[in-house]
Design a binder for this molecule. Sequence first.
Ligand code: DMJ
Length: 656
Amino acid sequence: MWSSVDRKDYTAISLGNPYGHYDNSKQVRSASLWRQWNRLSRLQRSVVWLIVILGALSCLYLVPSMLQDRDELDKLSKKPWHKDDVKAGDLNRQKEIKGPNLEELKRRAKKQLEDEKKTTLKIKKKGPPGKRLHDGSLQAPGGPRDGDKGQDNQQHAPPGEQNVVLTPVKDKKEADTNDVKGKVEAKYVSPAPVQTDGDPFSGPKNNQQKAVVDAFRHAWKAYKKYAWGHDQLRPISKDFEEWFGVGLTLIDSLDTMYIMGLKEEFKEARDWVANEMSLDVNRDVNLFECTIRVLGGFLSAYHLTKDQMFLDKARDLGDRLLPAFGSGSKVPFSDVNLKTHKAHPPRWGPDSSTSEVTTIQLEFRDLSKITGDPKYALAADEVTKHVHGLPKKDGLVPIFINARTGNLRSSGTITLGARGDSYYEYLLKMWVQSGKTNDMVKDDYVESVEGIKKHLVRLTEPNKLTYVGELLSGSMFSPKMDHLVCFLPGTLALGHINGLDPQHMELAKKLLYTCYQMYEKMPTGLSPEIAYFNQAPGAPDDIIVKPADRHNLLRPETVESLFYMYRFTGDKKYREWGWKIFLAFEKYTKLEEGYTSISNVMDVRNPRPRNKMESFFLGETLKYFYLLFSDDPNLIPLDKYVFNTEAHPLPIYSSL
Ligand code: DMJ
């Protein structure tokens, strides 16, 4: 039986037919549905309503997420064609993608998304929430603590992992001008003059520089928000860690901000140093690290601004560091307490690192020059003279030196990497700083380059990449190269521009190409901390990365060398390489707040972000990027300034 309401509706339907026909079949079907509905009990109707409501709700939830998935799928399927995203490590993937099977690609991309979601869930269960990187890949919270230069490089494969299966990186046939066979023209090509407003520090002049400044601002904003006045930002836990307890990142960044034209940021940081920073910290600091980052930071800020406050701070710090030289030998202790002035050898053993005791001279000599007090230079020069007189292997030094006896440990490894690197760098730079008057250090430098060529330089198989290996126990060759070694092309080029052998430039170019390959061949486009090079003819890959060496700490060395090489040659390829590296940093190390070092440069889906933004990322890496993308030779001209090993520019004097 129809109710009156049912009848009314039925009439409305029939009258609503715009064609005037009477569509009986539809109405009969509707009527029969109504009849069935009316026959249902109250309970049955409630169940039906519940099902309808649940269905509607799940549609509301699922449709947007399906659309989002589709969006992400589209992005992923487009990704390989984006020119900025193409990396050698992706070559295999590209090959597959270039084929016609788009469905297969989408299937894989979808699986990738599902895998990521699973990982997200796992991480959520474990502890603090993971973050999503800008490219959608997942960052895990926490991660191993990064150490200083020494600690970083102690993190090789743990015992038992030394001989695990190595992961070779696919090689790409080289089409670039590696100059392996060709002659290198050793001449300085001044960058094309650019229109400037006369002030080299007035800010970015092109889009690449703007992008670098944006990156700096992004890092700085996070540092300011979560770590202001502290040593280093932990960008995942959004807090900070102390090392020296003096505001390390802030001080390391001062001249970068000045150079980039970030005047407000610079002023705010300057005022913090003037009014709030205290050097009276009851902490043992590493003499080398504190000198290159903090003393170097004050000195360059002083030279750029002539602000007396920075000079006062530099002098105060110099006085607090000087007690490290009271070891009884000419070689300083590695550590000194800023408050108590007590100094001692490192906690981990009796010896100091050779590079550490020989990489304080530029700063201490500069401090003497500007204060007029010779005591700083005298202490540092004693070390140089002492090391000059020690026995070496064709100018090469083992990486440990004893502060009590003053002797090098003859069984120590010889390397241009950790603990050895900046010994060679400062030989050259002391000569440059002295207006090329200090022949003792120049001769030591030239001899060491000959030693490097004789004992350490080798070619890889199959592509004949030039690299610099190590001598274990001072004699056994190991085909291992730290990323740290990538400072060397820049230093060699600087030496050549100052009149040293053209062959230095030749070696610099080949080596820089290899350093670039350490980025280019990785799936993320970022270099591992350490690479091994293949020696065996017939093997397919030049570069081998051990599982424990896959981290990237946002280090500057390759960018630094690209900067020198671009300044000196004007060859645009160095900028292009630098731009690709910059984009890779943006893609895999940028977080919502700040940047982070990562644990695996070989996994694009999960590079395993660590929880640390090193001060040298702002002090060096971003500064060298900014300088690399500049065409203004007056932006820190290299005949007037010499960069310390932490990228703080110090003046070149006519004699020293
Ligand atoms: C910096 O502190 C300096 O460049 C040092 O010479 C080596 N290690 C870091 C950057 O990698």
